[in-house]
Ligand binder design. Structure first.
Ligand code: NAD
Ligand code: TDX
Length: 340
């Protein structure tokens, strides 16, 4: 079995590669990644010498490079993680989100049609459903919830998600789609809530909470997401969409307070800043379908997962300090310089 994993130098893709190489030592795994600001080759250093692993630096929008790779490797499965993934950046500059997330998905699927594939899996997101109100805790996103996006990021992911389903219906491409809630864990890029708060707290820097910090996200440990995708590509039904989430809703402010407590840092570091434009209020996934059909259940409880994650950031300071000292610095100034 040969699997192309796009975006494998990023957060979830790298964790997925580690999971697959460990679980299926006989599989060949090829990582296709453009190494944008969010891709970090050092993340993959432990698997670079594995004879069943190959890294290829190219963009999923580069048709010639993608077709060339398919001609060389004849993949059985493609798992498409590659994307621009940060909502705040999509508000600053939507263009690259449309190029990568929509047109890149098209190129990957065209290659699958041209060369043949057993399965194309699209890593979509719960953000395609928009948000839920805080005063209706009885409501959850199911696979039937209408697509209703808020940000250029979520609109680009929803476009790709629908395009994947169109390629199935129109061309018979054997696809599956997963829509997961917020992930956390090792190798999470320190522009996202949890790693940013850990890194800032460790450096005694302000902890910028958007608005009142009342927004709710449904957090899942990254390994549980990787195991769900593993199940879907092996046992999922072609043409189906699967929600992935662990019923773990938390307010942003409670997460930030918990990080302060775990690190022994004062809550006085918390700084309320201007809200995100179009900020989604609450995400909450109903994972009944993947549980009933594929037997998936999350294994890591948030209380344990957040401790493991904080320990990972303490033990791997070099990984995130190198990111923060690089291009990320100017980005940080731009996003937070005039925000207070
Ligand atoms: P990330 O930003 O950490 O990683 C993205 C990776 O894609 C990087 O390695 C980057 O270099 C690569 N990439 C970007 N543009 C590319 C291009 N044109 N060609 C090839 N590679 C390119 O993102 P992540 O958090 O790991 O998310 C991975 C996927 O999961 C995304 O599709 C995202 O929409 C989805 N998702 C993420 C979450 C989450 O909580 N992080 C939740 C649900 C779904
Ligand atoms: O500095 C911050 N302060 C803050 O209050 C940051 C970076 C975020 N926030 C808030 C905004 C959100 O309510 O924290 C919450 C989480 O923000 P992000 O980490 O940016 O994640 P989110 O916008 O929820 O999107 C994530 O989950 C769904 C991923 O980045 C997406 O790729 C995925 O599809």
């Amino acid at each position: 079995m040969t699997i192309i994993v796009t975006g494998g130098a990023g957060f979830i893709g790298s964790n997925f590669i580690f999971h697959m190489l460990k679980t299926y030592p006989e599989y060949r795994i090829i990582c296709l990644d453009a190494l944008t600001y969010a891709g970090n080759l050092s993340t993959l250093k432990d698997v670079m010498d594995n004879p069943n692993f190959r890294f290829v630096k190219a963009s999923i929008t580069d048709r010639e490079a993608v077709y060339g790779l398919f001609e060389e490797e004849h993949p059985d499965v493609v798992v498409n993680f590659a994307a621009e993934s940060h909502v705040d950046r999509s508000i600053e500059n939507p263009s690259v989100f449309l190029e990568t997330n929509i047109l890149g998905t098209q190129v990957m699927m065209d290659a699958c049609r041209k060369y043949g594939i057993k399965r194309y899996h699209q890593v979509s997101t719960d953000e395609v459903y928009g948000d839920l109100p805080l005063d209706r805790p009885d409501l959850f996103f199911t696979e039937e919830t209408p697509i209703h996006t808020s940000s250029p990021y979520s609109a680009s992911k929803a476009s790709a998600d629908l395009l994947v389903q169109a390629y199935h219906r129109t061309f018979g491409l054997p696809v599956t789609v997963s829509r997961c809630s917020n992930n956390y864990g090792p190798y999470h890029f320190p522009e996202k809530l949890i790693p940013l708060m850990i890194a800032n707290a460790l450096n005694d820097k302000p902890l910028p909470v958007y608005g009142k910090g009342e927004n709710v996200r449904d957090w899942l440990y990254v390994e549980d997401h990787c195991k769900a995708i593993d199940l879907i590509i092996h046992k999922g039904t072609v043409g189906e969409v699967y929600n992935i989430g662990g019923h773990n809703e938390m307010k942003n402010i409670d997460i930030v307070r918990l990080i302060c407590k775990e690190l022994g840092k004062p809550e006085s570091l918390i700084t309320y800043v201007a809200d995100r434009k179009g900020h989604d209020m609450r995400y909450a996934i109903d994972p009944t379908k993947i549980h009933n059909e594929l037997g998936w259940l999350p294994e890591t409880k948030f209380a344990d997962g957040i401790k493991k994650t904080i320990k990972w950031y303490l033990d791997n300071r070099q990984w995130w300090e190198e990111i923060i000292s690089g291009e990320y610095q100017s980005y940080y100034e731009k996003m937070y310089g005039n925000r207070s």
